[in-house]
Design a protein around this ligand. Structure first.
Ligand code: ASP
Ligand code: MG
Length: 374
């Protein structure tokens, strides 16, 4: 959803399929918009009025320009009204944070969903202008989650019920729902988000909730590759991988898929295509419950920006297990993602061994904060 041109391509891909069978679309925000929203909220919390205003202007220009390039003149007024109303909503939340000097997690989630609500609106308006009946749907009305703001988990049964009520009737009427990725809401209606890059996850949750035949995930690479092509120039696209392989690659740093995407699909065994919207004629990678293939490794992946933390009990008299338990508990409270844990023994200077633990973790601001003060 990078630009008016990319939205046109996305709409064309959706329209082609919509002519053949019922289709629901899930969109992410326009590129870099989620970062911009987050930055604006941080600046609001810090009371930085000038930067907040500059960001808001940028947010507005980006969407108004896109609207101008995308829609015929007679449709622009209504769409612009919608864009301004959403940006107004975002501004209201940011101003609240500025007054409070803090960023309550649920307000952050409510504000962050505005990026996807803007792009869903643009996409639906464009489809309508092309003669395709389409409606923008806020996933807060469809995807039910727990209350882990910023990284919420879907509640599948209530989501199925909501999808049956909101999405299915549209599909039955041959109307194309354009649902926001990334967001949801708790059972009592508080807005949540599913974690950065979560639009893929939203799409898989929706696919599972609707018992979809397949899920197509459109990105800007040719599919899942044997390695990161920026690091390994002769990396190749894999024809097919299993859910387990794709999930493991995503979890360990392959950017092509959000790590949690495949979980909702596994139970209903819904197949996935990972395809390139810049080259839709290329086959892409199929992700399936099982595949026939040669033995041996299929792909490698790597991760940057991780921290390695080592701890060692100061004396053999301390219970290493308790030290470890306390450290892990602190990490859990900070919602830090743990990648790997090892233990080894430091050179014993008494008959007792001193165990030493290391763990790898994704660095995050909260983690750094904790690390500094804990
Ligand atoms: N817009 C959200 C993000 O940037 C979700 C997504 O793009 O998948 O994290
Ligand atoms: Mg994405």
């Amino acid at each position: 959803m990078g630009s008016a041109d990319r939205i046109r391509v996305a709409a064309r891909l959706a329209t082609e399929q919509h002519a053949l069978r019922p289709v629901a679309v899930v969109v992410s925000a326009m590129s870099k918009i989620t970062d911009l929203l987050l930055d604006t909220l941080r600046k609001a919390e810090a009371g930085d009025q000038t930067d907040v205003d500059a960001n808001l202007r940028h947010l507005t220009t980006r969407h108004i320009d896109c609207c101008g390039a995308l829609l015929p003149p007679e449709r622009q007024e209504a769409a612009l009204g919608g864009i301004h109303a959403l940006i107004q909503e975002f501004t209201r939340i940011a101003k609240g944070m500025m007054m409070l000097g803090e960023r309550p997690p649920r307000s952050v989630d409510e504000a962050m969903a505005v990026g996807e609500r803007l792009s869903a609106l643009l996409m639906a308006e464009y489809l309508e202008s092309q003669g395709v009946a389409a409606v923008a749907v806020n996933a807060a009305e469809v995807i039910a989650t727990d209350a882990l703001f910023g990284n919420a988990n879907p509640l599948m049964e209530p989501t199925r019920q909501r999808a049956a009520k909101i999405l299915q009737p549209l599909l039955d009427k041959h109307i194309l729902p354009v649902m926001t990725g990334f967001n949801g809401s708790t059972l009592d209606g508080r807005p949540t988000t599913l974690g950065r890059g979560g639009s893929d996850f939203s799409a898989s949750i929706a696919a599972a909730a609707l018992d979809a035949r397949e899920l197509w995930i459109w990105t800007d690479v040719d599919g899942i590759m044997t390695a990161d092509p920026r690091l390994v120039p002769n990396a190749q696209v894999l024809e097919a991988v299993t859910y387990a392989e794709a999930a493991e690659l995503a979890y360990n740093g392959a950017k092509v898929l959000h790590p949690r995407t495949l979980a909702p699909l596994a139970e209903r065994q819904i197949p996935v295509w990972s395809k390139n919207s810049f080259a839709p004629e290329k086959p892409g990678t199929r992700i399936l419950p099982k595949i026939e293939c040669k033995q041996g490794p299929h792909a490698v992946t790597s991760m940057a920006d991780v921290a390695l933390v080592s701890i060692e009990p100061a004396s053999a008299a301390l219970s290493g297990t308790k030290v470890m338990a306390r450290s892990l508990d602190a990490l859990a409270r900070a919602n830090v993602e743990l990648l790997a844990i090892t233990s080894s023994s430091a050179p014993p200077n008494s008959w007792k061994k001193i165990w030493r633990w290391s763990w790898l973790t994704v660095t995050s601001n909260r983690f750094k904060w904790m690390y500094r003060w804990a």
